[in-house]
Design a protein around this ligand. Structure first.
Ligand code: SF4
Length: 115
């Protein structure tokens, strides 16, 4: 039977238990110059959810949706930052589409074989 929770959520719960807290993901580098990032980024406070034994699941879910519900698109596979980047918040993707790597972020191609 498949879990109803996305695997990322399960990882977040494990991180919350292990580290004692989780925080908002950073804006992905490809969106640092996006108008929405500029407007929100400088004024946004970093949200932190602390682990507490009686933490209601609703609080975790609300925190996850607001601060950790980040997704990636197909283009992220070609991004050199794909391994370390968390992607873009789902609301940003709904409004503007999936993120795309900038030219300097494109993963380097394998060297061409010598002739
Ligand atoms: S992995 Fe995707 S979201 Fe992250 S910087 Fe690259 S293109 Fe942007």
């Amino acid at each position: 039977m498949r879990s109803l929770l996305p695997s990322k959520t399960v990882l977040d719960i494990a991180e919350l238990n292990g580290k004692g807290s989780i925080k908002t993901y950073a804006t992905p580098p490809c969106l640092e110059d996006h108008p929405e990032s500029i407007v929100n980024g400088k004024n946004a406070r970093e949200a932190v959810l602390k682990h507490e034994p009686d933490l209601p699941m609703k609080d975790f879910v609300d925190f996850f949706i607001d601060n950790r519900y980040y997704i990636k698109g197909k283009a992220c596979k070609n991004c050199s930052l794909n391994e370390t980047c968390s992607g873009a918040h789902v609301e940003h993707v709904r409004r503007y589409g999936f993120p795309k790597p900038k030219a300097w972020m494109l993963a380097k191609n394998e060297p061409e074989p010598a002739a």
